[in-house]
Design a protein around this ligand. Structure first.
Ligand SMILES: C[S@@+](CC[C@H](N)C(=O)[O-])C[C@H]1O[C@@H](n2cnc3c(N)ncnc32)[C@H](O)[C@@H]1O
Length: 325
C-alpha cells in the first residue's frame, strides 16, 4: 500500500520531466501567476447524497478488510486496483496514478489515503474523552471516515460523512462504515495490518459491531459550499454539535468555502476539531495561515489543544464561535 503523500504542485528540477499533475486531467484548472493551479468555481463538484443499499453488505463486495485501532477499514491498494479500469466516472485512481499526485485540485482531493493527522485526532479524541453520545457529528473531508466511525462507536445520535469525491464515499467511506456496523464485515477477508498504519497509542474497544449504526449515518460527496447548501436546504436542517476534520487546510484557495461551511453547519455552542500539519509544502496551506484566516474573519475563536512533534509538526485546533459558551 502506498502511504507516502505526493503533491506535485510545484515540480522541482528533478521532477520537471515527470508528467504534470494537471496537463492532461485538468481542463477546469486555471494557472495563476504563482503557478499553483487554481480551481474555477464552476468546476467544483456538485453535492450528492449517497444512499446505503438495502443490503448493506453489498458495499463490501470485492473488498479486503484490515483492522487498526479497533476499527475495520478497507485495504485501499485493493480498491485502487479494482477502480483502475475507470469503473467510476470520476476515474480518480487512474488520474492520481498518471499525475503522480495524491491531490489534483478540483478533481481528486486525497480521500483514497488515510492521512496521518487522522490518527492524531483519533488519539486526541480518546485522550480528551470527547463525548459523542447523543450528538450530531460531521466528518468533514472524511476520506476513510475513521473519525466519524469513532463518533458512531461513541453512540453519536447521527454521523454524516462528506468527501469531495463520490468514488471515495462509495468505495472507501461507506464500506468502512458498513464493515464496522455489521458483524465483523463477514463478506470480506479481514487481516490485521500493523505495517502501514500508525494506530493511536491509546486503543479503543475491540471490534464490536454496531447493528443500528447504519441508520444513524448519511453520506455526501461534492464541494464544501455545495454540500453545505444541500444540507441547509434539507428539512429539518439541524446543525452539528461536533465537526471533525483532518488534513483539510492544505489549499488556501479553499479556506473561504471551508470557513463558511463551518459557520453555516456548526451548532451555536458546537466545536470543530481540526487536525493539520504545520505546513503543506508545495501546496501553500498550513496551520498558521488558517489561524490567521480565522482571526481575520472574526467569526470563530481557535486554540491549539494538541501538538505532535514527531517529524513535521502537527496540530489539533479546537474551534468555536466567538460568542459561544
Ligand atoms: C487530504 S484528504 C484527508 C482525508 C482524511 N480526512 C484523512 O485525514 O485521511 C482531504 C479531504 O478533504 C476533502 N476536501 C478537500 N478540499 C475540499 C473541497 N474544496 N470541497 C470538499 N471537500 C474537500 C477531500 O474530500 C478529502 O477527503
Amino acid at each position: 500500500m502506498r502511504m507516502d503523500f505526493r503533491f506535485n504542485f510545484f515540480p522541482d528540477e528533478d521532477e520537471s520531466k515527470e508528467p504534470s499533475a494537471h496537463s492532461e486531467t485538468q481542463p477546469c484548472s486555471a494557472t495563476r501567476q504563482d503557478e499553483r493551479p487554481a480551481v474555477k468555481r464552476d468546476c467544483i463538484k456538485a453535492a450528492k447524497e449517497h444512499r446505503i443499499p438495502a443490503d448493506g453488505s453489498e458495499v463490501l463486495h470485492n473488498k479486503v478488510l484490515q483492522t487498526a485501532s479497533g476499527l475495520y477499514y478497507v485495504n485501499m491498494a485493493v480498491v485502487e486496483l479494482t477502480c483502475r479500469d475507470g469503473a467510476h466516472g470520476e476515474d480518480i485512481v487512474s488520474k492520481s496514478v498518471s499525475s503522480h499526485s495524491d491531490l489534483i485540485p478540483g478533481v481528486y482531493e486525497g480521500g483514497l489515503k488515510i492521512w496521518e493527522c487522522t490518527y492524531d485526532l483519533m488519539e486526541f479524541l480518546a485522550e480528551a474523552e470527547i463525548q459523542f453520545a447523543n450528538k450530531r457529528v460531521l466528518d468533514l473531508g472524511c476520506g476513510a471516515g475513521l473519525l466519524g466511525i469513532v463518533a458512531l462507536k461513541g453512540n453519536a445520535a447521527e454521523v454524516h460523512f462528506q468527501d469531495y469525491n463520490s468514488t471515495v464515499i462509495e468505495e472507501i467511506t461507506m464500506p468502512n462504515v458498513v464493515a464496522n456496523c455489521i458483524s465483523g464485515g463477514n463478506e470480506a477477508d479481514s487481516k490485521e495490518d500493523r505495517k502501514n498504519v500508525k494506530p493511536p497509542s491509546k486503543r479503543r474497544k475491540e471490534l464490536e459491531p454496531l447493528p443500528d449504526g447504519l441508520t444513524r449515518c448519511r453520506f455526501f460527496s461534492g464541494g464544501w459550499s455545495e454540500v453545505s447548501q444541500l444540507l441547509l436546504d434539507s428539512k429539518p436542517c439541524s446543525k452539528y454539535d461536533l465537526i471533525l476534520t483532518s488534513e483539510t487546510i492544505y489549499n488556501p484557495d479553499y479556506y473561504g468555502a471551508l470557513h463558511d461551511t463551518l459557520a453555516q453547519l456548526l451548532a451555536k455552542d458546537g466545536r470543530v476539531y481540526l487536525a493539520s500539519k504545520v505546513h503543506y509544502f508545495g501546496v501553500g496551506g498550513g496551520i498558521y495561515l488558517f489561524e490567521k484566516y480565522l482571526e481575520e474573519r472574526k467569526v470563530f475563536r481557535s486554540s491549539t489543544v494538541k501538538e505532535v512533534e514527531d517529524g513535521l509538526k502537527r496540530y489539533i485546533l479546537e474551534i468555536a464561535f466567538q460568542d459561544s459558551a
